[in-house]
Design a protein. Structure first.
Length: 94
């Protein structure tokens, strides 16, 4: 019984480690021309989740090239989202 619990614990920790080492997908962002508030809120949550899972990925990714690519992608996603928010606010104000 104790041996089975140890095996389950090991499998659980290995699977959670491998999940952290899975490269997350970029979130899909809405078009500023057609976006409504609910889509912007969802996009914000998706970007935050993406950045959080990306940070977990970076902690276990040992390949410098992949690490750098991920950091660059995270920066692009954040910058794109910030520009989208700014454009959305400008559109909503007019």
């Amino acid at each position: 019984m104790l041996r089975k619990l140890a095996v389950v614990a090991i499998i659980g920790s290995v699977s959670s480690m491998s999940m952290a080492c899975d490269r997350p997908n970029k979130p899909e962002l809405p078009s500023v021309e057609t976006a409504v508030l609910a889509q912007m809120v969802k996009a914000q949550k998706d970007v935050k989740k993406y950045l959080k899972t990306s940070e977990a990925y970076l902690k276990c990714e040992r390949n410098n090239g992949r690490h750098d690519k991920m950091v660059n992608e995270m920066t692009r996603v954040g910058t794109t989202f910030n520009k989208l928010v700014k454009a959305y606010k400008e559109k909503s104000a007019s």
